[in-house]
Write a protein that binds this ligand. Structure first.
Ligand code: FES
Ligand SMILES: [Fe+2]
Length: 403
């Protein structure tokens, strides 16, 4: 029953009594194997780790609801395998990395980075049938200082994209990478963010919360200019959505801040200190499971730069007390405040949520495309088209006459 069948005056008088049970939108939040969103997400490469941190000690890695281990064999090849050993199921987290792969602690089976079993030391001849045991594995590639993984159907593996703004790193520049909670907290204190990926993804096409949450409600978290209410337009691009947020400046100029969301979970946010020109970063919101995610970020910075980050009331997020977080909430507080998975049946989406509605509609449509056997927007199988152009940036110009 839609709310329109209740007379408006009656609705206005209603108390909390008798509400229907609230629900989340499973199609947009549940990411395990076989779920519509999970199958859709598995058609894209996702950054899962900082390449420099993947060495010879295996690490636990959970992504899209699957428990994996990631390591680098002694030949230098990164490997991403299911954590449960194909023999009798202990975790390869306790395994030992060798020249050609990882050896399970329990009975010593050795797997290479593509899951082939190379040795079964308790069996005659090192396992005459070892070829029959293949440890589940996923392809990985390293780029921009990140390890990307592809968890989808092998025959549908797309080309790993490049982004024009991250290419051509000059001799005085470097790429800074981070996987964890950076885009939720503005620091590196969280390794995993404990609520649904969609809450961060929605935030990407929400320029209005920047004026409230980040600029007036909690003081100035990024830059004073954000306190000006912008004139916002949303527009579709090749495989995503952009907003243009125009602010009139006192010096007679205006600044057009263009921010991008690209399929399926990618953002490029312009510099938050309003540096002029194209954005220098790309970040992904990677679901760990239904109720947690990481942001993986790459930023082109001058060589020798300190790690970027924000301070609120003079403190990094990880240094703030609960009372300070209540007084000066930021993205983490607003988004975690929506619940572990937000109750979408209770939302009242309004004009300023138009960008979020556009994002969700594209996602819903492309989830259907994948369910019907098609290829979703933003995956590309042609190596000649691997570079994606990103529109984001802060663009200053003479103010246009309004009328
Ligand atoms: S459980 Fe891994 S070798 Fe036996
Ligand atoms: Fe934000």
């Amino acid at each position: 029953m839609s709310t329109s069948t209740i007379e408006a005056p009656q609705r206005a008088r209603a108390t909390g009594y008798g509400r229907k049970p609230s629900t989340h939108d499973a199609t947009m939040t549940e990411v395990g194997p076989g779920t519509p969103l999970g199958e859709f997400m598995r058609r894209y490469w996702h950054p899962v780790a900082e390449a420099a941190k993947i060495q010879h000690v295996p690490q636990k890695l959970r992504i899209l609801g699957e428990d994996l281990v990631i390591f680098r064999d002694r030949k230098g090849r990164p490997g991403l395998l299911h954590a449960r050993c194909a023999h009798r199921g202990t975790t390869l987290y306790y395994g030992k990395v060798e020249e050609n792969g990882i050896r399970c602690c329990y009975h010593g089976w050795l797997f290479d980075v593509e899951g082939r079993c190379l040795d079964q030391p308790c069996e005659p001849d090192g396992g005459r049938h070892r070829d029959q045991a293949r440890q589940p594995w996923y392809p990985v590639e390293e780029r921009y200082g990140l390890v990307f993984a592809y968890l989808g159907p092998p025959q549908k593996k797309p080309v790993l994209p490049r982004y024009d703004i991250l290419e051509n790193v000059g001799p005085e520049q470097m790429l800074w990478t981070h996987v964890g909670g950076f885009f939720a907290t503005g620091d590196s204190s969280l390794s995993v963010v404990p609520y649904s990926w969609l809450q961060m993804n929605d935030n990407v096409m929400d320029p209005f919360h920047v004026q409230v949450l980040h600029s007036t409600f909690s003081g100035v978290q990024f830059h004073q200019k954000f306190a000006l209410m912008p004139k916002v337009e949303f527009f579709a691009v090749d495989h995503g959505v952009c907003y243009s947020a125009v602010r009139q400046l006192e010096d007679g100029r205006e600044v057009d801040r263009i921010s991008s969301w690209l399929m399926p979970n990618i953002m490029s946010v312009p510099d938050i200190q309003f540096a002029s020109g194209a954005s220098s970063n790309v970040a992904w919101v990677v679901p760990v499971d239904d109720t947690s995610y990481v942001t993986a970020a790459v930023m082109k910075l001058p060589k020798g730069s300190d790690s970027p980050g924000i301070r609120v009331n003079g403190k990094r997020w990880g240094e703030m007390t609960e009372a300070e977080r209540q007084r000066f909430p930021g993205d983490f507080e607003a988004q975690s405040g929506q619940g572990t998975i937000s109750l979408h049946s209770e939302e009242h989406l309004v004009t300023s949520d138009r960008g979020i509605m556009m994002q969700r509609r594209i996602l819903e449509k492309q989830i259907e495309v994948v369910a019907a056997g098609g290829d979703p927007l933003g995956v590309n199988f042609d190596p000649a088209k691997e570079v994606h152009a990103v529109r984001s940036g802060n663009f200053f110009r003479a103010a246009r006459a309004t009328g």
